[in-house]
Design a protein around this ligand. Structure first.
Ligand SMILES: CC(=O)SCCNC(=O)CCNC(=O)[C@H](O)C(C)(C)COP(=O)(O)OP(=O)(O)OC[C@H]1O[C@@H](n2cnc3c(N)ncnc32)[C@H](O)[C@@H]1OP(=O)(O)O
Length: 221
């Protein structure tokens, strides 16, 4: 009888422990979603980073602006789509295939934000599209695309744009910046992995044509 009581007590303590852990996990998820939603509601995430609104290096003199998918000029959206197609179609075709409609839909998705670099003639020359998101329970800045026109590549602009995404991650308490790269895309792999020291993310699948890579920012919620 005494043994039975002890067993029952242990079982109920275990159940309580499990319930408490579930409660803590759910509170943590709520806190993280709150952070993501707060960041998402900010129309101009670049507004706090005045000194990052210009890129004047290696012969480039560019102005940077941030847009939500709702307030992005349709002409710039179309330009971003065509540039992505020009840069990526061959890569995609030898992997998961290129589809105009799918790519346009992805670029227009709710909650996508755009960081765009313009030259002195107000022409767009580079962009990164990104989203504040909860990815496998972690608040992240997910970099969907980073695309530069050929003439501005390899001048440090890509690195600058990704550094800004890291500043957004720190400012809005996201844990890391995440991106997807194709195994066959040497330029993007060299850029993210060799140059920026991104590593394979824990969530990256095995045996796929792509890899999920990430780089942490130091803080944790
Ligand atoms: C999440 C995604 O969107 S993945 C797809 C990335 N986009 C593309 O592949 C489209 C075409 N390329 C580009 O738009 C740009 O070149 C990017 C985004 C890859 C890099 O931006 P850049 O401004 O050119 O890079 P940045 O000057 O900051 O750094 C250059 C480094 O990136 C790597 N890199 C960039 N382009 C190449 C290339 N064609 N071949 C090999 N390595 C390259 C190298 O490590 C290079 O270092 P190095 O110049 O010292 O050799």
């Amino acid at each position: 009888m005494i043994v039975l009581k002890g067993e029952l007590w242990r079982k109920s303590a275990k159940a309580k422990d499990k319930k408490q852990k579930r409660k803590e996990e759910s509170e943590r998820t709520d806190r993280c979603w709150k952070l993501v939603d707060e960041a998402d509601r900010v129309e101009d995430v670049l507004k706090d980073f005045v000194s990052f609104k210009k890129f004047t290096r290696n012969g480039l003199n560019l102005d940077l602006e941030c847009f939500t998918s709702a307030n992005l000029d349709p002409d710039i959206l179309n330009w971003a789509f065509l540039l992505t197609k020009e840069n990526m179609q061959n890569q995609y075709e030898s992997n998961w295939g290129w589809n105009d409609k799918e790519k346009l839909k992805e670029l227009k998705e709710d909650r996508i934000k755009f960081l765009v670099a313009f030259d002195e003639n107000k022409k767009p020359v580079a962009f990164t599209s990104f989203r504040f998101d909860l990815d496998f329970g972690e608040p992240v800045v997910y970099c969907y695309e980073i695309q530069l026109i050929n003439s501005v590549q390899r001048k440090g602009l890509g690195k600058f744009l990704i550094q800004i995404l890291h500043l957004f991650a720190i400012r809005y308490q996201m844990h890391k910046v995440v991106a997807t790269v194709l195994h066959t895309n040497t330029a993007s792999r060299n850029f993210f992995i060799e140059k920026l020291k991104y590593t394979t993310d824990d969530t990256s699948p095995l045996d796929e044509c792509y890899e999920i890579i990430s780089k942490s920012v130091t803080q944790r919620n």
